[in-house]
Design a protein around this ligand. Structure first.
Ligand code: ITT
Length: 210
């Protein structure tokens, strides 16, 4: 039993594979369908981009497809990089370049939170939120089922941990006293924007997990 996830992001694939294996489902991604042309993500919102990716993939394959559009919205940057999170440092930028760009932008405006530094001396720079919009598209009906999740945290001036992907190393969770990149897949899935969106989607589908 497989679920088609319309993504080329290896970090997302790992998280979906981990979450869906509990339902006895394996994940296939766009890496498994190199013939599907690149999808232009020109939506103004995470939800619009998720619908674009799910529809293009579902229509190309003739089976239902799940898409994830996600990103980081930083308060001190008025919500940037938002839907541009993947290409913040330029088209096809590596996660490390996007993280460097984020710290550079925050340093340029002198962002700092009026909060004590962490025990390792790193400084809290801004509040931020990860957002994940999921869209499941069925080409047989042309219909979408959608869900969105968020998680709040703080951007720090230094990385914590080497797990996860993307901006995880700079995303601190004060409520846990740990960084997102310090969590296991299981722990991240329990609190993350993606985990929350997936739970909501399951509920909408009438699938009960755990
Ligand atoms: P696909 O469109 O092929 O799915 P993408 O990486 O281009 O892959 P997005 O357009 O949704 O995906 O961009 C999401 C970016 O936001 C991603 O590249 C990360 O930098 C960041 N991001 C999303 N979820 C994240 C998470 O759980 N942890 C860290 N960073 C995340």
């Amino acid at each position: 039993d497989t679920v088609v996830v319309a993504t080329k992001n290896a970090g997302k694939v790992k998280e979906f594979a981990h979450a869906l294996q509990k339902l006895g489902k394996a994940v296939v991604s766009l890496h498994d369908y190199p013939s599907i042309p690149d999808i232009v993500e020109d939506g103004d919102t995470f939800a619009a981009n998720a619908r674009l990716k799910a529809k293009a993939t579902g229509d190309a394959l003739g089976v239902p497809a799940l898409a994830d559009d996600s990103g980081l919205c930083v308060d001190a940057l008025e919500g940037r990089p938002g839907v541009y999170s993947a290409r913040y440092a330029g088209e096809g930028a590596a996660d490390s370049a996007n993280n460097a760009k984020l710290l550079q932008e925050l340093s340029q405006i002198g962002a700092a939170l009026a909060e004590p530094e962490l025990s390792d001396g790193s400084k809290p720079l801004s509040r931020a939120q990860f957002v994940c919009a999921l869209a499941l598209y069925d080409p047989a009906t042309g219909e979408f089922i959608e869900a969105e999740g968020t998680v709040d945290g703080i951007i720090t001036d230094r990385p914590h941990g080497d797990g996860g992907f993307g901006y995880d190393p700079l995303f601190w969770l004060p409520q846990l006293g740990r960084g997102m990149a310090e969590l296991s897949k299981e722990e991240k899935g329990a609190i993350s924007h993606r985990g929350e969106a997936l739970k909501l989607l399951m509920t909408k589908l009438g699938i009960h997990n755990e």
